[in-house]
Design a protein around this ligand. Structure first.
Ligand SMILES: Nc1ncnc2c1ncn2[C@@H]1O[C@H](COP(=O)(O)OP(=O)(O)OP(=O)(O)O)[C@@H](O)[C@H]1O
Ligand SMILES: [Mg+2]
Length: 252
């Protein structure tokens, strides 16, 4: 994530947070940013961090905006209105692929593109729109072709070193009896896991350990509880992959 965060800080946050420098040097945030990546790799988390950082200059459009309901267009319009009013600002459209997939909203792409054009024609280019998506294939080609996406960023499944850092973070502050966990064994057992997959490895591992303690069972080595949790998560992942493959077969 480090390079992705640096890019967002330079291209989006910097011009928003430094009014004087932005005016002096004529700095503008990127107009359109695409955050693309597999499920559970931190896209929504980046949105939360930006919201925290940018406060009243951050606006979110997410799954609570339900295509097909009467308030849908009104709510979206309201978000853009507020963003323009508070510019420079960010509009974060989370899971935009899911929103575009909602078949009944055929006019949505064109509506959004028109909205984005409006931002420009009104001289409001200081509103940056960040789109997150899992699948490039589900994005409207018009959005990609229009040249709106000026910054293209991908979240990736973490490698061993990154998994180590995420696990260390999740394990920080555990009680003393859990301190001797063999993190390297956990790193090896979690190849292919996303940040979202690592979360239950630690939280479930702790539950398995405490359950044995409460029941007065003989305790295993602490690492084993977390390896068991990793095994469970891996089984869930393969169930998910099988369900997804079956859904794909049905749709073809
Ligand atoms: N790179 C990461 N570092 C630390 N934690 C992470 C990372 N990626 C994901 N997580 C953790 O995984 C959880 C889910 O991540 P998040 O919801 O941001 O993923 P997402 O990319 O938005 O997934 P989806 O495509 O399913 O919406 C979060 O609670 C977050 O703490
Ligand atoms: Mg998300």
């Amino acid at each position: 994530m480090d390079d992705l965060i640096t890019a967002l800080e330079t291209q989006v946050v910097l011009p928003l947070e430094n009014d004087t420098l932005a005016t002096e040097y004529g700095l503008r945030p990127k107009r359109g940013v695409l955050l693309l990546g597999p499920p559970g790799t931190g896209k929504t988390t980046i949105g939360r961090a930006l919201a925290h950082r940018l406060k009243s200059r951050f606006f979110r459009i997410d799954g609570t905006f339900i295509p097909g309901t009467p308030s849908f267009y009104w709510k979206i319009e309201n978000v853009f209105e507020q963003a323009r009013h508070n510019a420079p600002a960010v509009v974060f459209i989370d899971d935009c692929d899911a929103m575009f997939q909602a078949g009944q909203e055929l006019g949505l792409y064109r509506y959004l593109l028109t909205m984005l054009d409006g931002l420009e024609s009104e001289g409001c280019r200081d509103v940056c729109v960040i789109f997150t998506a899992m699948e490039l294939a589900d994005l409207p080609p018009a959005l990609l072709r229009s040249g709106r996406i000026e910054l293209w960023l991908e979240t990736r499944v973490p490698d061993a070193a990154a998994r180590g850092r995420i696990l260390q973070r999740l394990l920080s502050g555990v009680p003393a009896d859990l301190e001797n966990i063999d993190v390297n064994a956990l790193i090896a057992a979690t190849d292919g896991f996303t940040g979202a997959d690592l979360d239950p490895v630690v939280s479930d591992g702790k539950k398995y350990f405490v359950a044995d303690k409460l029941r007065g069972n003989p305790l295993r080595s602490v690492t084993e509880y977390f390896l068991e949790a990793a095994h469970e998560v891996r089984q869930n992942k393969s169930r998910y992959a099988a369900a997804k493959a079956a859904a794909n077969d049905r749709s073809h």
